[in-house]
Every structure is written in C-alpha cells, then in structure tokens.
Design a protein around this ligand. Structure first.
Ligand code: G1P
Length: 275
C-alpha cells in the first residue's frame, strides 16, 4: 500500500567531526552496517520498495552504497568473502533508489518538500537514519503502516523522554484513543521543559499523507529559522487528523556520540552475526 520511503540524508553530522568531514554521517557503521542501510531494511520490511533520498553535496557514498561495486564484486566473486556482501545485495535486489539534491540546508521540512518530486501524490514513509530502531518482530515502520491502513492519516512515532530532554525533540500532546495511541492536538519543536506540552517526543519515523507538501510550502520558518516538519504537522492535525504512536522497540539516538556507542554495543551483543 505504501511503496515509497523518503530519507532526508543531506545533514552535516557535525557532532561526529572529523569522521564526517568527507564521509556522510549516514554511512557511519554500527558494527558492520551503515546507519542508512538499517533504515532501508526497516522500510523494506514494511513493504516499501522505492527509496527516495534527499541528498546533498558530499553524499555520493550513499548513492554508491546502494549500487553494484563492480570492481570489488568481480575481485571477490566465488571466494568466501562474497558472503560479506549478502545483506547489501539483498537490499539492492529488493528496492529501487532515486536521489535528489537539497541545495540549501533549510530544515527538515524543507528537505521533505525537496523530496516531493520523488514522491508525488501518494502517502509515504520517512526515516531519519540517525534514529536507529531495533526490535524483534515488526519494525517501527511496519507497525505504523498497519495503523495507516486503519486511520488513513499521517502517523508519527513517539517515545517518552525524561522531562529535561524535551529541547532535543519535537514534542506532542493529544487525546489518548487507547494505550500508546494519541490523536495529536499540539506539537512544538524543541521546547524548553517548562514550555513542553508533555514528555512525548517525536522519533524519526513518519507516515505522511501527500497534502503535507502543500502545507510545507505555506509553513514559515520556525525554530532556528528553519522550515519545521513539526509545524506543518501541527497544521495538518488542526485541519484534519494526525496520530502519534508509541511504538514497540528500542531506539538509539545515533546522532549523538553516547547513543551511537550504546547502539554499537547493543547491536554487537544482540544483533550482529559473524559471516
Ligand atoms: C528532527 C525533528 C524533531 C524530531 C527529531 C527526531 O530533529 O525536527 O521533531 O524529534 O528529528 O530525531 P533533529 O534531530 O533532526 O534536529
């Protein structure tokens, strides 16, 4: 039902300098797999097979990652080393990858709007690959697609965070329809704890209906002078319906060094399998 997934991957990754000086932050490996590949695998598991990437200057490694590396593959063909390529080959076989470039960094909302040309007029998933989500069974996007089938409106992933962390996230408030599911009536991008409407933080997984593009076009710059997806989603919630879903699974903030190290340890202990 939802075939396309948008990956805004144009950001600088300043917190990981110098590692990210010439390498995209989305290519940082958690053990042996780049962050963005975890996101793509999650989208494939949710039934999506058209990956749309909003890239920028210095991000060619991402495009190359999702293509054949002819020389390398030729060199190791027929040897035991070929097994190391199994996971990426599987991904490439199951999905198409299209790219467009965001020329200026004007915020997440602007990145999503830049992706309109790849998405068109249909509902789509969004993955912010900094947020690594790991769980048994259905991944976060697959859980959200199920809800989309029921509600046919935008769905955002949320998680409770400590009160002193609200300034790192978009924060929502809403009416609880059942445990872990809210109809959103307020959203604020990165509020101070005293201004936060709750401690329910937006995590980087969304299902968006395509009317979000028209709303984004009309959304003025918000927090930090950037066009915020959170502001556009609030408009969408006020005009119609947006649902927030406290997903099942673990999430690591791989946009921070602490979260990245935690994710690495967790994946090494619990997920990684030696080839
Ligand atoms: C973005 C969103 C924010 C959300 C966060 C999740 O912020 O603007 O609402 O809570 O992703 O990771 P960023 O972390 O890109 O600054």
């Amino acid at each position: 039902m939802i075939k396309k997934c948008l990956f805004p991957v144009a950001g600088y990754g300043t917190r990981f300098l110098p590692a990210t000086k010439s390498m995209p932050k989305e290519m940082l490996p958690v053990v042996n797999k780049p962050l963005v590949q975890y996101g793509v695998e999650e989208a494939i598991q949710a039934g999506m097979n058209q990956m749309a990437m909003v890239t920028g200057r210095g991000k060619r490694a991402i495009t190359d990652h999702f293509d054949i590396s002819y020389e390398l593959e030729h060199q190791i063909a027929g040897s035991t080393k070929e097994n190391y390529l199994a996971s990426i080959r599987e991904v490439i076989d199951q999905a198409s990858f299209t790219m467009t470039r965001q020329r200026e960094m004007k915020g997440l909302g602007h990145a999503i709007l830049t992706g309109e040309t790849l998405i068109g007029n249909e509902p789509f998933g969004v993955v912010l690959s900094d947020d690594l989500c790991i769980n048994d069974g259905d991944g976060v996007l697959a859980q959200m697609v199920k809800l989309y089938k029921q509600f046919r409106c935008s769905i955002i992933a949320i998680q409770e965070v400590p009160n002193d962390q609200t300034e790192k996230y978009g924060i929502i408030a809403g009416e609880a329809l059942k445990e872990g599911l809210y109809r959103v009536d307020d959203m604020v991008e990165k509020p101070k704890p005293e201004d936060a409407p709750s401690n329910m933080a937006i995590i980087g997984r969304y299902i968006l209906t395509p009317d979000i593009f028209d709303i984004l076009r009309e959304t003025p710059p918000g927090k930090g002078g950037e066009i915020q997806l959170t502001d556009a989603l609030l408009t969408q919630a006020q005009n119609g319906c947006v649902m927030a879903y406290a997903f099942k699974g673990r999430r690591f903030d791989c946009g921070s060094v602490d979260g990245f190290v935690e994710a690495t340890n967790y994946v090494y202990e619990n997920v990684y399998q030696e080839v």
